[in-house]
Structure formats: structure tokens, C-alpha cells
Ligand binder design. Structure first.
Ligand code: NAP
Ligand code: F7E
Length: 378
């Protein structure tokens, strides 16, 4: 059998073999418990003309990355399942705003990261091939206010998912949403996969623990568990509490006369900002590799919060110095001063590269917020 670069050997379980036999009788499969086939890595599997739709489960499907990843996977022909909180089902207009255009194309299941039985139940009912674990308390500042909730959701939630997959679906490929916050007080610049961790917040600590859990399930049970070490990624769907969206939304409101100032904390912090639509492609690619591994995803370019302000206000022909007020309340007890990632490994092995420049990212966010805020005026 010829192995092509874009194909891989997969072992089909007895259940799938039986499903295929039911859909289109294949006599040679009649007596086997499992069997191997050559299938395309990024497309749906096709066997003797029988389409085998790949199924993905996304936790955090209502978040920024969840919505972009859903679009990406649907575009590749996946059947997409998402875990949502019951509170979200009760407040769909607000909670499903990022996936409102996708609701008729996805399968949503109520479960909570705080409840092992609820996660176990979803995984037992759906035979998923890939699991993208994106759900988390993701706001660093909030993790200082309530470190206990952040730890509980981010660490135990990850552990529950891994344990349920081990119990029920050992062949499901698992992606963990690691973060550049794990590098914290950085030991080298730029940060690589080998850079030691020194997290500076309960959030960063929880992500180190999730990363280690993911690696341990890979090493201890031979499961396909991969972590992406993603640097900050943004876009028009970013939550309003994060600094980029706070800047672009407030700048747009100032331009329209809806606000008069922007209160911020540390303007000198440096971040490597990319676009979320680019970064979800890397998540998917990580789960299509022959072996599970961990990858940095970053642009390799770093800018201060001040530079982001300058660019965003400049886009609206405003000078940020006339509107930005430094406010101690937005400083953090321990800051991550500068982050910049080296994504060479992702470039080489995943053939991944970002398509958005920093300038394009800021322009898209500012224009989107200008348009959205203008609509509220009419
Ligand atoms: P986000 O917009 O804040 O989305 C977080 C998602 O997690 C939402 O769908 C949220 O659901 C869900 N969630 C939170 N608590 C939950 C709970 N207790 N039970 C179930 N679901 C819960 O985050 P994002 O920017 O898309 O980031 C996705 C992941 O990547 C996160 O794990 C984040 O920590 C990580 N990450 C993000 C970045 C970045 O720059 N964006 C960088 C590195 C790593 P609701 O809608 O119900 O609140
Ligand atoms: O802060 C400074 C702040 O909250 C960026 C999450 O997605 O990326 C994100 O974490 C910087 C920090 O993102 C304000 O002190 C100044 O230095 O937008 P942020 P973050 O903390 O980098 C990582 C990779 C993740 O994994 C996280 O989930 O901006 N800053 N003034 C401010 N930040 C905020 N939020 N608000 C301010 O007023």
C-alpha cells in the first residue's frame, strides 16, 4: 500500500467496521475486529465510496477560538459537536452570539467542566474522533480575583475530559489549549517549546497543570494528546475584557462620541499578537500528525500595549495620548512583561504560518467595532 504525504493509516474499530457494513456491505470486513485503511489526513475518510464523516468535539465552542475552529472544521466537512453550559442554553441570544450563524450546523450538548458525570455522559453518547479542549476561565486578571474557580475549572475540567476519553474513547485525538502565559517571567527570548515555565498568575499555573496532565496521558496511556502553546490571538470576536478589544471598542466609541476616555493599566507590557482565525488552523493541524507533540503558535513579532493604542486610535485619525488614562486598578499583582514566540517548529512540521500582519489585525478590529457601534446609533 502506497503511503502519500497527505494520507495516513487508520485503524477502524469494530463499531465503525460494522457501521460501514450496514451502510454498504463489505464482505471482507465481516469477520474482523478491527482493520487498517489508508485515508486522507485532513479530509473526511472515504472507503469504497462510503463517506466517513470525521466527528469533532469542541469544549468552549461559544468562545472566540471555539467559533473560529467550528467554522474551520465545518469547512473541512467535519461533524461538529460542542459542549455548552446549561446557563448558555438559557441565554442563547447573548451566550451564542459568536456561533449564531452556525447553530443549524452544529450539535450542542449541555455539560459543565465542573461535573465529571456530565462530561462522561456526552462522550459516552458520541463517538468523536477529535476533541479540542478550549473551555477555560481564560481572563488572567480574573484569575487573581478568584484563583480557586480558575484552578478548579481549568485543571479539574481538563482532568475530567482526559479521564473520560481514556475510559471511553482512547483513540480520540485530544488538543489542549496551552498558553504563552505558562512562560510568564520568561527565561529566554523568543520563547520555544523547550523554554522553562515560570507562570505569574493562577491562570498561568492552571495552564501548566493542564499541559502536564495532557503530556502524562500521552506518556502513560499512549493516547494521542497534543498541546498548542498559543501566544495571544485576537480578532473582532475577542471578549471586551481583553486589552485589544477594550482598546478598539473604546476608540470606536470615542470616535462616535459615545465615550470620552480609555482607562488602562500597564502600557509597556509587550505581547505577540496574532489573529484567532490563523491560530485555529494550527490546532487542527496538530491533530493530523503521525505522532502527538506540542507546538508554539506565534507570529514572532512583539508590540507594546501603547503601540496597539497608537495604531488603533491612528486608524480613526485620533491621537491616543488625548484619551488614554493610566489607572492603577488595571495593573496586575504580578505582570508578564514581554512575550514573543518562536514558531519555527510549527512552520516546519505543520507547514503553518500566520496570514495576518499586526497592522491588518488592528485595522480589522477597529473597523468592525466602528461598524458595530455605528449601528447602535441608527
Ligand atoms: P474565551 O473566548 O474566553 O472562551 C472560553 C470558553 O470557555 C467559552 O466558550 C466559555 O463558555 C467556556 N467556559 C468557561 N468556563 C466554563 C465552564 N466552567 N464550563 C464550560 N465551559 C466554560 O477564550 P478563547 O480566547 O476562545 O480561548 C480558548 C482557549 O485557549 C482557552 O482555554 C484559553 O485559556 C486558551 N488560550 C487563549 C489565548 C488567546 O489569546 N485567545 C491564548 C492562549 C491560550 P461561556 O460562553 O459559557 O462563558
Ligand atoms: O492583557 C495589559 C495587561 O488581558 C494583555 C488571554 O487570552 O493571552 C491573554 O492573556 C496585556 C497585559 O491578555 C489593561 O496587564 C494594560 O500585560 O489582553 P490581556 P493576557 O493577559 O496576555 C494569553 C496568551 C492567554 O492565554 C489568556 O487566556 O495588557 N493591560 N491595561 C491590560 N489588560 C487588560 N485586560 N485590561 C487593561 O485595561
Amino acid at each position: 500500500m502506497d503511503l502519500h504525504a497527505d494520507h495516513k493509516l487508520v485503524t477502524l474499530t469494530k463499531e465503525i467496521c460494522e457501521g460501514l457494513i450496514t451502510k454498504a456491505p463489505l464482505s471482507r470486513l465481516d469477520t474482523v475486529d478491527s482493520c487498517e485503511f489508508l485515508v486522507p489526513t485532513s479530509k473526511n475518510m472515504s472507503l469504497n465510496g462510503v463517506e466517513m464523516i470525521k466527528k469533532a468535539l469542541i469544549t468552549g465552542i461559544t468562545g472566540q477560538d471555539g467559533s473560529h475552529l467550528t467554522e474551520h472544521l465545518l469547512g473541512l466537512g467535519y461533524e461538529v459537536h460542542g459542549i455548552v453550559r446549561r446557563v448558555a442554553l438559557e441565554d442563547p441570544d447573548n451566550r451564542f452570539r459568536r456561533i449564531s450563524h452556525l447553530l443549524d450546523k452544529v450539535h450542542l450538548h449541555a455539560a459543565s467542566l465542573e461535573s465529571y458525570p456530565s462530561i462522561f455522559s456526552v462522550i459516552s453518547r458520541h463517538e468523536v474522533d477529535e476533541c479540542y479542549h478550549l473551555a477555560a476561565q481564560s481572563f488572567v486578571a480574573e484569575s487573581f480575583s478568584d484563583g480557586f474557580s480558575t484552578m478548579n475549572v481549568n485543571i479539574n475540567g481538563t482532568h475530567y475530559l482526559l479521564a473520560a476519553l481514556k475510559e471511553l474513547r482512547q483513540h480520540c485525538r485530544f488538543y489542549f489549549a496551552g498558553s504563552s502565559e505558562m512562560f510568564g517571567k520568561v527565561r529566554e527570548t523568543p520563547q520555544r517549546e523547550t523554554t522553562p515555565f515560570h507562570p505569574r498568575s493562577p491562570y498561568g499555573i492552571s495552564k501548566v497543570a493542564g499541559f502536564e496532565l495532557t503530556r502524562n496521558y500521552r506518556e502513560a496511556y499512549g493516547m494521542f494528546c497534543a498541546s498548542g502553546l498559543l501566544f495571544n490571538h485576537e480578532g473582532p470576536r475577542r471578549g471586551f475584557e481583553f486589552v485589544t478589544r477594550k482598546i478598539t471598542n473604546t476608540a470606536a466609541r470615542i470616535k462616535l462620541g459615545l465615550a470620552s476616555e480609555l482607562r488602562l493599566g500597564n502600557l509597556d507590557a509587550k505581547r505577540d499578537w496574532g489573529h484567532a482565525a490563523d491560530y485555529v488552523r494550527a490546532m487542527h493541524l496538530m491533530l493530523q500528525q503521525p505522532q502527538p507533540d506540542d507546538f508554539i503558535v506565534a507570529t514572532g513579532e512583539s508590540h507594546t500595549v501603547r503601540e496597539f493604542c497608537e495604531r488603533a486610535f491612528g486608524e480613526l485619525e485620533l491621537d491616543y495620548r488625548d484619551y488614554v488614562v493610566v489607572d492603577d486598578r488595571f495593573y496586575r499583582p504580578a505582570e508578564v512583561d514581554q512575550l514573543v514566540g518562536d514558531a519555527s517548529k510549527a512552520r516546519e512540521i505543520l507547514n503553518w504560518r500566520p496570514t495576518y500582519s499586526f497592522e491588518e489585525l488592528v485595522t480589522e478590529m477597529v473597523q468592525s467595532d466602528l461598524e458595530a457601534n455605528s449601528r447602535t446609533l441608527t
